[in-house]
Write a new protein. Sequence first.
Length: 303
Amino acid sequence: MSDQNSKVKPGHTLLSLCCVIMIAVWVWALIPRPPVMSVTFLSVGQGDSAVLRTPSGKTVVIDCGPGPGNRNDFDAGAKVVTPFLMREGVNRIDALVFTHAHEDHIGGAVSVIRNFKIDTVFDPALAHPTGKYKEVLELIEQRGIKYRQIRRGYEIDFHDGVVIEVLNPPDSISSTNDDKELNNTSIVLRVKFGKTAIMFAGDAEESAETRMLGECGDLTSQILKVGHHGSRQATSQEWLEAVQPEIAVISVGWNNQFGHPSKETLKRLESAGAKVFRTDKNGGITAVTNGRRISVSSVRKSR
Ligand SMILES: [Zn+2]
């Protein structure tokens, strides 16, 4: 055998390497991924907005943050929620949930409704005399979007492992007397996936919590989206004992005029052993679960 034949040419080595890489990429692409559910709590200033993605690719948006014309004139719908959904490649929202009609939850919906195809809007649908709520309801009607009033006992089931239970408001509530009471009529959702659950408490405060403690079944949830931006009147000791959150997310504006979150609530969360994430300090917060374990990351780390 001649010396020349036994030598490996550099071109051959490069070709072999390319083949190995291509095969590795192909094998990696074929490995089945375990189904996951993710939720991102967006940093929308003083307000709430969260985006849930299910294993089959369904998208649920829970509140849209404040809109133009609010106290700070910050349109979270246009500046935060819409760009986030576009970056995520979402072009259809399967469920848009308004926890209640306050501006810091529905103001940003105008931009979201204008920019995305929406299947159904879920709402407590209680009369609320603000121009913004009227504008949002008119837009829903103009666009021909399905609109449903929901109460405790209603379930959204995507048949991909994710089931969304409605815990509040109860059937008995058909109107509210005052603006503050609207918080306690918030839609409260417990989103279940495998052995994990996430509680979205809207702006529910103690009277709604007491009602749910007395009238609902299992409330345990690894993640709690803390009620009413960490207000002192929400997140009672009894509520925390029932929910047993490992992670607490407070959606709150930096230096807000309400003093949210309150020191008392932060203390109760700390005593309950929950790790607290805050949108004013951590920015957007994302949790991913495979139905057994949950991992949480945030734009900025907690100090
Ligand atoms: Zn609020």
